[in-house]
Design a protein around this ligand. Structure first.
Ligand SMILES: [Ca+2]
Ligand SMILES: [Ca+2]
Ligand SMILES: [Ca+2]
Length: 326
C-alpha cells in the first residue's frame, strides 16, 4: 500500500451501509487507508499579519508567536534527540510567501560557496557548498512540498548557511515501488531526480530573499565564519520564498472562481489563500565539527542514516491557518 502523502482532514468520514462480504472487505481496506490518511498534522503554520523584515533578526511579531520546532533529532538514530540545542526553526506564511526562520547553535561556523551564482538576473544568489567533511562544512537544509504534488512528489530542497549562501534544487521523488524510479531521469542513487540548475522563481515584485545575523560570542563580538581560532555561538537566519515560485497551485489563489487563470490574471502576481492547505516541511542541519560530520533534523520518524529526499513520508506535515491561536 502506498500511504497517502497528505492526510486528509478528520471531518471526512466513510459512509458504507450495505455490509455484504465484499463491502466489508472494502470497508476494512478503506479503514486501513484512513489510518494513514486521517492522522493529525504535526503542527500549524500561522499567517503573519505583518510580514517579517528579512534581516536575520528574529524579533518580528510573527516569530514571537510562532511555535519553535527543535530540529535536533540525530541522523544516527531514529527518534533520538541530541542533548544539545542544534537547530531551531519557525515557520510563517502570508498571501505571497512561505517564511522560514532558524537559529543555529554551533561553536565553529564554516560556510563555503559552490559554483556559479544562480537565480534571475536581478536576484542572483551564491549557492553554498553542500558537502565537505574535510573542510568541516556546515549547512542548513529545508525540504518543502505541497499537498497534491504527491505522485510523484515534487519538492524543493533549499540550502542555506552562515555566509547567507542560498541554494535551491528542484526535486522529483517517485514512490518507492513506482516504475518511475527506473526512469533515465532518476540518476541519483536510483531514488530521485535533482534539477540543480533550477531555482525558485520570483513572482513579479515578490522575490526570494534571505539574511543571516551572526550571534555574539562570549566577548560580545559577532561569531565568525571560516575562522576556527575563536569559539562561535551560532547565527540566526530568515528566508522568504514566494508561493508561486514554490509551485503552489493557482487554484489556491485568493478569490479563485475558475480552475485556471483568467486573461487579466496571467502575468500578474498571485495572492494565495493558504488556509487549511497542508505542506510537508522538513528541516535539517549538517554540523561538520567533531571526528565525523553529522546531521540533525526535525522528523521523529525519519529512519536512521537515511537519505532525506526519498523519505518524504517522514517529512512532518503542517497545516496553514489564519492567525495565532496559541
Ligand atoms: Ca527579521
Ligand atoms: Ca560547525
Ligand atoms: Ca569562527
Amino acid at each position: 500500500m502506498i500511504p497517502h502523502v497528505f492526510p486528509r482532514p478528520r471531518s471526512r468520514r466513510l459512509s458504507v451501509t450495505p455490509l455484504s462480504r465484499t463491502c466489508l472487505r472494502v470497508l476494512c481496506l478503506s479503514a486501513l487507508l484512513c489510518l494513514s490518511a486521517c492522522q493529525s498534522p504535526a503542527g500549524f503554520i500561522d499567517r503573519a499579519a505583518v510580514a517579517p523584515v528579512i534581516d536575520g533578526q528574529l524579533d518580528d511579531a510573527c516569530w514571537k508567536s510562532a511555535p519553535v520546532i527543535d530540529a535536533n533529532f540525530r541522523f544516527d538514530g531514529q527518534s533520538l534527540r541530541d542533548p544539545q540545542p542544534r537547530l531551531r526553526v519557525r515557520y510563517a506564511w502570508d498571501e505571497h510567501y512561505l517564511y522560514l526562520a532558524y537559529d543555529v547553535t554551533d561553536a565553529n561556523l564554516v560556510a563555503l560557496p559552490d559554483g556559479s551564482p544562480q537565480g534571475p538576473a536581478d536576484n542572483r544568489r551564491q549557492t553554498p557548498l553542500a558537502w565537505g567533511p574535510e573542510k568541516k562544512l556546515d549547512l542548513v537544509e529545508f525540504f518543502v512540498t505541497m499537498e497534491g504534488y504527491d505522485n510523484p512528489v515534487v519538492a524543493w530542497e533549499i540550502h542555506h548557511d552562515a555566509a547567507n549562501h542560498f541554494g535551491d534544487i528542484w526535486t522529483i521523488v517517485p514512490p518507492e515501488d513506482s516504475l518511475l524510479r527506473r526512469s533515465s531521469m532518476i540518476p541519483f542513487w536510483g531514488k530521485h531526480f535533482m534539477a540543480v540548475e533550477e531555482y525558485v522563481q520570483d513572482d513579479g515584485p515578490f522575490r526570494v530573499a534571505s539574511a543571516v545575523r551572526l550571534k555574539p560570542k562570549a566577548d560580545g563580538a559577532p561569531s565568525t565564519v571560516n575562522d576556527p581560532r575563536d569559539t562561535d555561538t551560532g547565527y540566526t537566519a530568515e528566508l522568504r520564498l514566494p508561493w508561486r515560485g514554490l509551485g503552489a497551485p493557482t487554484t489556491w489563489r485568493v478569490g479563485a472562481t475558475t480552475p485556471g487563470l483568467s486573461g487579466d490574471e496571467i502575468g500578474k502576481p498571485i495572492a494565495f489563500d493558504m488556509r487549511r492547505h497542508r505542506i510537508r516541511l522538513f528541516a535539517a542541519m549538517l554540523d561538520g565539527d567533531g571526528p565525523n560530520p553529522i546531521y540533525f533534523h526535525s522528523s521523529p520518524t525519519m529512519p536512521k542514516k537515511t537519505l532525506f529526499a526519498p523519505r518524504y513520508i517522514d517529512w512532518p506535515v503542517y497545516e496553514c491557518r489564519d492567525g495565532a491561536r496559541r
